[in-house]
Design a protein around this ligand. Structure first.
Ligand code: ADP
Length: 586
């Protein structure tokens, strides 16, 4: 995956999963806290409301009782009143008890005579003229909100009521109310009024609140866990992608920089990837390569590999000359092996190819160098032995030539003898040049000076053969770090070969140009050219196509150029030959 895709992820996905989890836990703890606080506030509020409601109800009942005293209500009227008030939906019980907690009258008549509260409880409740509440728990576990208040009727009140309306004296109303409520003494009559409200709606509301709070908290915790897990997954995914990316980048870097050609195919031998070296060897572009099979695109490679690959056997360094586009034949070392998965399934082939061209060239060059060294040593010995007798023969031939008439047969023979001795002397001279050690005496010398020396040596010959000399060198002439004598010999040998190749006249062009620290010299003739199959041999000693050639001229040139740490190459066609020298300037 390209890194840009990773970068496009929303920023929250980069948060730490632990942080998200902690936030969710804190948030749910907060929600629970707020829920509990609300619940307790709501309870207090509901208790206050219910207490006020109970208190109002008790006050109303008190008023009714006092009125009842005046009107001398009977038990049935009072009972009826209690039942009617107690029938309100949220009231469980409405009861009047004596000061010991015994129920005198109850909205549920069946409870009359039973005990509303024990004496111990009553001591804790401390009833007074102010309405109070407590939570009453019935034997069956039912919780009730009980409002209670003391109800006192003074003697005076009883008297007032009794004498006011009916005018029957003090005792009658007292008796009527007290009888009605069961008070027997003359002391201030004291009763307790209890109203029980059901706690079920409040409990239910609390339960709903608690459930909501719990659900919200659970949802938050769940979201936190899901978020954290998502972030863990995203992180894991990102990390795996990164590992894959790094591994891919590393392997493609390795594959692209390896100095060998690598081709990967799928199980059907379709090329899936190819590295730059393999492209250079096969001449295929990556797009061309990944559009076809090994068999159709590289038949010569497939011909070498297929016999073993189709049998599932690896190929190890098999050497072959493989043909590629435009009849290019490249010596290759081919290796191939099947790519298999852990469970043994074949998913393709990996092919490695090494271009042996350079190695072959170096091997040939090495062999040539070895031959040259052996030959040089031998030549030096032979040349030494031959030169002394040759100068004696030359002296004698001159003597015969001079001591005989110039137009006689003896003189002609002596002349031929002298010419042959001179030719032999040149051969020996070439041999000695060739065998001479590579020690150079280099100096900084202008190029035109060396070119001038070589040119002067062949100038006469050029004129005789009608050959034009063209010089293209920069002005001022470049300086080079040459051994003047040996470089003059290089140019002389090349000029002489060019002259001999242009039997019917022509043009010899010398061009020089600078390239960084190199000096490139081109010696171009318009001669007969060199046959393509001979080109590779011309630098070998004793290779000649001339009747009187020694075949040492270009070997000497090659040796001197190499000693100067330079290169020489040749380009030839039937229109002419060009020798290109790349020499170091400094
Ligand atoms: P020689 O000149 O004695 O034959 P060289 O080593 O100088 O030996 O050259 C080897 C051979 O290379 C020549 O015989 C000739 O066939 C070929 N050759 C060299 N230079 C040229 C050239 N300028 N044009 C054509 N052939 C050439």
């Amino acid at each position: 995956m390209p890194p840009s895709v990773l970068r496009k992820l929303p920023s929250w996905l980069t948060l730490s999963p632990w942080f998200v989890m902690l936030c969710a836990l804190l948030l749910s703890a907060f929600v629970v806290g707020v829920g509990l606080r609300n619940a307790s506030r709501e309870s207090a509020f509901t208790a206050k409301l219910t207490l006020e409601k109970g208190s109002a109800l008790i006050s109303t009942l008190e008023g009714a009782l006092r009125t009842g005293m005046g009107f001398q209500w009977g038990d049935d009227v009072l009972q009826d009143l209690l039942e009617k008030i107690g029938a309100q939906p949220d009231i469980v019980t409405l009861a009047i008890t004596d000061h010991s907690g015994k129920i005198l009258m109850d909205s549920n008549p069946a409870l009359a005579g039973t005990s509303m509260v024990s004496a111990a409880q009553l001591a804790t409740l401390k009833p007074s003229s102010v309405a109070q509440w407590h939570e009453r728990i019935l034997p069956d576990g039912t919780r009730l909100f009980q409002v209670y208040k003391e109800f006192t009727v003074s003697r005076f009140e009883r008297g007032r009521h009794g004498s006011g309306r009916h005018g029957h004296g003090f005792h009658r109303p007292r008796n009527a109310l007290c009888n009605m409520l069961g008070a027997e003494t003359d002391a201030d009559a004291q009763w307790l009024i209890f109203v029980d409200y059901s706690l079920a709606p409040l409990d239910e509301a609390k339960g709903v609140d608690a459930r909501h709070t719990l659900i919200i908290s659970a949802v938050l915790v769940f979201l936190g866990i899901v978020g954290a897990l998502t972030l863990f997954l995203v992180r894991g995914y990102r990390q795996s992608r990164q590992v894959v990316q790094e591994t891919t980048a590393f392997s493609s870097e390795v594959i692209n920089t390896l100095p060998v050609g690598i081709i990967a195919t799928d199980a059907d031998n379709r090329i899936t990837s190819i590295n730059p070296v393999a492209c250079a060897i096969t001449g295929l572009s990556p797009t061309e390569a990944t559009n076809g099979t090994l068999c159709t695109l590289l038949p010569s490679v497939w011909a070498v590999l297929s016999p073993r690959l189709t049998r599932g056997v690896s190929v190890v360094e098999q050497e072959s000359r493989c043909a590629f586009a435009s009849n290019r034949r490249v010596p290759l070392a081919l290796s191939a092996s099947r790519i298999t998965t852990e469970d043994g399934q074949v998913v393709g082939n990996a092919i490695i190819m090494r271009d042996l061209g350079e190695i072959r060239r170096l091997q040939t060059e090495l062999r040539r160098q070895d031959r040259l060294v052996a030959l040089g040593n031998m030549a030096a010995g032979i040349a030494h032995e031959i030169r002394n007798p040759l100068s004696a023969i030359k002296g004698l031939a001159r003597f015969f030539q001079e001591s005989n008439p110039a137009d006689g047969e003896e003189a002609r023979m002596a002349k031929i003898m002298t010419q042959e001795v001179l030719r032999l002397d040149k051969v020996v001279g070439d041999l000695l040049d060739f065998a001479r050690p590579d020690t150079l005496h280099q100096i900084h010398i202008p190029l035109d000076e060396i070119l001038g020396r070589a040119h002067r040596m062949v100038q006469q010959d050029m004129e005789t053969r009608h050959i034009r000399f063209v010089l293209n060198i920069p002005t001022p002439a470049p300086l080079a770090w040459f051994d003047p004598d040996r470089m003059t010999q290089v140019l002389l040998n090349l000029f002489l070969n060019a002259l001999q190749a242009m039997a019917d006249g022509g043009t010899l062009t010398v061009t020089a140009q600078e390239d960084d620290n190199d000096l490139i010299l081109k010696i171009q003739d318009t001669g007969c050219g060199i046959l393509p199959e001979k080109v590779q041999d011309i630098f070998s000693p004793y290779f000649t196509t001339k009747a009187s050639g020694t075949g040492l001229g270009l070997s000497i040139v090659h040796k001197i150029v190499e000693a100067h740490d330079g290169d020489i190459e040749v380009q030839s066609s039937p229109e002419g030959t060009t020798f290109i020298l790349r020499m170091r300037k400094g």
